[in-house]
Design a binder for this molecule. Structure first.
Ligand code: 13P
Length: 257
């Protein structure tokens, strides 16, 4: 069966000291929670600068360390970029890709994302691939078309073997950092739609095996409704992942369902 995951995207928050404290607190508390790490996963994605130090204070039996992005080239004269090799040598085993903030502020598109995705897979780095519509697209009722395009232009170029190494995160942009969470019904409807696309492209088996996370103002107060939906396998959490208590509550809620 597919893995249920709670992933924390710290974005550009915390300095090394506060980031280490947060990672240590999460790590210590997880030791007291009994869960099967084949069925449930916890991921944290601190800024690049923290990865190496954080890798030294977490137990990779409970927590998978993720970057928030990688460069679209392997190495060379790309000032300011961080390669997949670099995050790997800093202890990361996953990376977020295609977050809407990267698409909006840094012009990431399907062609750059395809390169990044292939580099991640080639290097055994788990890609957490983000998709989602903006408010105007939902209002125009073209959100399904937008998400289908994002999925098919990048993910559906993968072989079935490579596709099975990807985690998808549906993050409606209008719900990110706004406190305006998608209703469980809205999220479930989109997750089911995505799973059906995967079934049509690959197979029922692969569709059932793919982890699809929800992201956007997910917090302990609304997670119960979201995580009880059949196609919502967990969350990619922004704001609430910066408070150990909230992040742990989200993990506990995920473990209950
Ligand atoms: P918030 O949980 O702060 O809305 O952010 C969601 C997100 O963008 C996670 O990647």
């Amino acid at each position: 069966m597919r893995k249920k995951i709670i992933a924390g995207n710290w974005k550009m928050n915390t300095d090394i000291n506060s980031g280490l404290e947060l990672a240590k607190t999460i790590n210590e508390s997880l030791k007291n929670l009994v869960f099967n790490s084949k069925e449930y996963g916890v991921v944290i994605a601190p800024p690049f600068t923290h990865l190496y130090a954080v890798s030294k204070v977490i137990d990779n039996k409970f927590i998978q360390l993720s970057a928030q992005n990688i460069a679209d080239n392997e190495k060379g004269a790309f000032t300011g970029e961080v390669s997949v090799d670099m995050i790997k040598s800093a202890g990361a085993t996953a990376t977020i890709l295609g977050h809407s903030e990267r698409r909006t502020y840094y012009g990431e598109n399907s062609s750059t994302l395809s390169k990044k995705l292939n580099l991640a897979i080639k290097n055994n780095i788990l890609p957490i691939f983000c998709i989602g519509e903006i408010l105007a697209e939902r209002e125009k009722e073209i959100h399904f078309n937008v998400v289908e395009k994002q999925v098919s232009e990048v993910l559906f170029n993968l072989t079935v073997e490579d596709f099975s190494k990807v985690v998808i995160a549906y993050e409606p942009v209008w719900a990110i950092g706004t406190g305006k969470v998608a209703t469980p019904e809205q999220a479930q409807e989109m997750h089911e739609f995505i799973r059906n696309l995967i079934e049509k492209k690959y197979s029922k088996n692969i569709a059932q095996y793919t982890t699809i996370l929800y992201g956007g103002s997910c917090s302990p107060s609304n997670a119960e409704g979201l995580f009880s939906k059949p196609d919502i396998d967990g969350g990619l959490i922004g704001g609430a992942s910066l408070k150990a208590e909230d992040f742990l509550k989200l993990i506990e809620i995920r473990l209950k369902h």
